[in-house]
Design a binder for this molecule. Structure first.
Ligand code: TXA
Ligand code: MG
Length: 515
């Protein structure tokens, strides 16, 4: 089950008083600033999917800003026309836009044209709780208005090499796209839900970590099993519960760059670039460590793997703990990673001190790991950020060559992620090789072969979307593994983007299940 379907079935108080404002310019229209024809919409289908998810819990508003390059009535009317066209397109995709707000500019005392706030008008007219509302935008000025009105800003980084987000208000989260913005907002809904049923859940979990306990929490990739890096005995307990070899170091999770300074001795220029661009998000960097980081965390290496997760509950927990949190995935060593709280509960639930349920993990495969120790950055594990996107910033990534590298990244050991049921990879031509009478499950990328009767089938993404496939991968493995089948067959997916991480997990799962 992916984040979307689970959220819809979840009982939240649908009071309809929360809103998501989406800026057209730069988010729904490719061209920034000046709005043009509706045909120039960027991946409208993806946008519609994300917005359909949000409209189950939020009123949706479009926002257009008077273009800075064409001020006055003519600019505004062009912007308004484009917004109406977008709203109509979205309506055809079953997205209901409640209202389009225009954001005019006014001259300030310095003679500059400043956008003026429409949030209060919207808030009054629709009785909105602005503190539980979001603005998705790419424009620092509008994000600043949102911050002032108490609306949470989410800054979408567009594909163009535009550096707008650098100057956005510090409180605005930066995400790569509308889909990730919707994932974040879904995570916030789960967090609010948790707070409504148990007001002190996060503080209590943080207190447990501060006292040397351990517990599981959601991230955007998979659930983690965490301990404060200040408690070695807690860390030792993680190794014990996971039955994880001590030579396999953990990833340390931070909530901000100050916490990074607590564990890393030096941040090379390339790392800075990657951090600015991809954090918070599914990218782990291997950097030189400070002596104070316990050897148990890093398996005695002089490096430490660190990342800033992009899940509101994970960040809230790290902040409340006031300490970086070391956390491997919350599964037993070598087994399939957990992407729901239920997966964690079943695998290790009785052995841990808390489990925070933040819904299904939207990315669904672990973070990409890049080592920045040598001259050339090395991709130690393909993961939630496509290699191609990392290479845009770093140049070509090296492959781990030496055995030493392999010891340093046991996630790269050929045997990992295994379901209990034997798993075999297939190409369509090889499917008929299993014996009749066997109960066989099938993991298909888009659709299973129609002529064969499988006992159970999981389709990762009917539309062939690799992001959706990644989000569903471990869930599909868990589901089939529960059905006491004789064999699971799985198709590899195209080796590009997130497909690399999916194939990597499937290959290792197949290898381990053969042992
Ligand atoms: O998405 C993720 O990365 C998840 C969530 C919970 O954050 N965590 C995760 O942790 O996948 P784990 O323990 O399952 O995988 C961590 C990987 C291992 O393969 C480990 O060898 C590698 O990170 N690693 C940790 N420290 C390292 C270091 N100093 N040098 C090289 N590899 C390191
Ligand atoms: Mg793991």
């Amino acid at each position: 089950m992916n984040a979307a379907s689970s959220l819809s079935s979840q009982a939240t108080r649908a009071d309809n008083r929360k809103a998501v404002f989406v800026q057209c310019d730069g988010i729904l229209i490719e061209d920034r600033g000046i709005t043009r024809a509706a045909q120039r919409l960027v991946s409208l289908l993806d946008a519609a999917e994300a917005l359909r998810r949000l409209q189950q819990h939020f009123l949706l508003f479009l926002v257009t800003c008077e273009p800075a390059r064409e001020k006055g009535p003519s600019g505004l009317s062009k912007a308004a026309g484009a917004a109406r066209a977008i709203a109509e397109h979205l309506q055809q995709q079953r997205v209901r836009i409640k209202r389009i707000f225009h954001c005019p500019r006014r001259l300030n005392q310095q003679g500059e044209h400043e956008p003026t706030s429409f949030f209060y008008v919207a808030g009054q007219e629709f009785g909105l709780d602005l503190k539980r509302s979001f603005l998705i935008s790419g424009q620092p000025e509008i994000l600043a208005l949102a911050e002032f009105a108490g609306v949470s800003g989410i800054c979408v980084r567009t594909l163009s090499p535009n550096e707008h987000h650098r100057s956005s208000p510090t409180s605005a989260l930066v995400v790569p796209g509308l889909r990730e913005a919707a994932d974040w907002i879904s995570g916030c809904l789960f967090m609010w839900n948790l707070e409504e049923t148990d007001a002190h859940a996060i503080d209590r979990a943080a207190h447990i970590l501060q006292q040397g306990g351990i517990g599981a929490f959601p991230t955007e990739t998979v659930y983690g099993l965490g301990a404060s890096i200040r408690h070695e005995t807690a860390i030792a307990r993680i190794f014990e519960i996971k039955a994880r070899p001590k030579f396999d170091p953990l990833i340390v999770h931070v909530a901000d760059e100050e916490q990074l300074e607590e564990i890393v001795s030096h941040v090379p220029e390339k790392a800075h670039k990657l951090i600015t661009h991809f954090w918070p998000g599914p990218l782990t960097l291997v950097l030189p460590k400070l002596r104070s980081v316990p050897d148990l965390v890093t398996a005695g290496l002089d490096t430490v793997a660190v990342r800033m997760p992009r899940h509101p509950l994970a960040l809230a927990l790290i902040r409340a703990t006031h300490s970086p949190i070391a956390a491997p995935s919350a599964n037993r060593f070598g087994r399939t990673s957990p992407t729901t709280a239920e997966h964690v509960r079943r695998a290790i639930g009785s052995q841990i001190d808390f489990l925070l349920d933040g819904g299904p993990c939207p990315i669904g495969v672990e973070s990409s790991i890049v080592s920045l120790i040598g001259d050339q950055p090395i991709l130690l594990r393909p993961g939630g950020i496509p290699m191609e996107e990392i290479e845009c910033l770093t140049g070509p990534l090296g492959k781990p060559r030496t055995p030493a590298h392999q010891i340093r990244a046991p996630g790269m050991l050929p045997h990992h992620y295994a379901p209990h049921t034997p798993l075999r990879l297939v190409t369509n031509s090889a499917i008929t090789t299993f014996e009749g009478g066997m109960r066989v499950g099938y993991i298909a990328f888009r659709a299973p072969p129609p002529e064969i009767n499988f006992a159970a089938v999981e389709v990762l993404s009917p539309s062939g979307n690799l992001r959706e496939a990644a989000a569903n991968l471990f869930g599909a493995l868990h589901k089939l593994d529960d059905q006491k089948l004789d064999l699971i067959l799985a198709e590899l997916v195209p080796e590009q983007g997130l497909g690399r991480a999916i194939n990597d997990r499937l290959n290792r799962a197949a290898k381990s299940s053969a042992h």
